[in-house]
Write a protein that binds this ligand. Structure first.
Ligand SMILES: [Zn+2]
Length: 247
């Protein structure tokens, strides 16, 4: 878009979407850009679905995230959590400065979660605008549980399936299964849907997995991915429609 186009759009819509990802290892089958690509593509698909009635804008993706735990693998680039938080706040404040009043962050990387919670709380506190955080795996959590046959964690069946369904460059010949057991398997679960009791600790992926994968990417398919993508996109589109009428 040009700036006059943004100026015109602001007369019709005050909703901006910020896709957020990471640049980090995703095992031998998925490229480093996977989380940013996924967040951007899902956001774009949802925005396209509502482009006539909601007319949201999408910013370029924030392609670096909090990936300290992947630094044992070449190619990973991480921001310190405070740097990442500052970038998100500055991007949001820029949008607010121009008149956007409803901001939706579409996140593609679980490691960004804690910093994004801080950033969204600060943006709300300092500007008063509406801000929402959407993690695609949470938005379609129920569908993932139905579709996936192996744990959801990293560069896994779910993530690889979604990647296949949205046109990512996936090398299926290189997919692996690696589901490591943690030192204290009763508490430290490698499963985001683990039931309590669960104890959390910062992880170092290099000590957890040889390949960089935690999960079973060999079970991935575009068909599974499409079911998840459809759920994410349709629900996000529905949310954007609701958001438009939110006063
Ligand atoms: Zn990822």
């Amino acid at each position: 878009m040009t700036w006059p186009e943004v100026e015109d759009r602001l007369k019709e819509s005050d909703i901006a979407i910020i896709p957020v990802g990471s640049t980090e290892q995703h095992g031998p089958a998925l490229p480093l850009n996977n989380d940013a690509f996924t967040a951007y593509t899902l956001a774009k698909m949802a925005a396209d679905q509502v482009k006539e009635e909601v007319k949201p804008v999408i910013t370029p993706p924030v392609s670096f995230g909090v990936s300290e735990h992947h630094m044992g693998f070449p190619g990973t680039i991480t921001l310190r959590p405070e740097t990442f938080t500052s970038i998100i706040i500055d991007v949001c404040k820029s949008l607010v400065h121009h008149g956007f009043k409803k901001i939706v962050i579409v996140n593609g990387h679980g490691g960004n979660d804690a910093a994004l919670s801080i950033a969204t709380a600060k943006v709300k506190e300092e500007t008063g605008v509406f801000i929402a955080l959407v993690n695609w795996w949470t938005l379609a959590g129920d569908v993932i549980q139905k579709v996936a046959e192996s744990p959801l964690f990293h560069a896994c069946e779910t993530e690889t399936s979604v990647a296949l369904a949205i046109g990512q460059n996936v090398n299926m010949d290189k997919t692996v299964k690696e589901i490591p057991q943690t030192a204290m398997p009763n508490f430290l679960k490698c499963d985001l849907f683990a039931k309590p009791p669960v104890v959390e600790t910062p992880i170092d992926m290099k000590t957890l997995t040889k390949s960089g994968v935690v999960g079973d990417a060999t079970r991935a398919s575009a068909e599974k991915g499409k079911q998840i993508v459809d759920a994410v996109v349709n629900r996000l589109a529905e949310f954007l429609r609701e958001l438009k009428s939110l006063k």
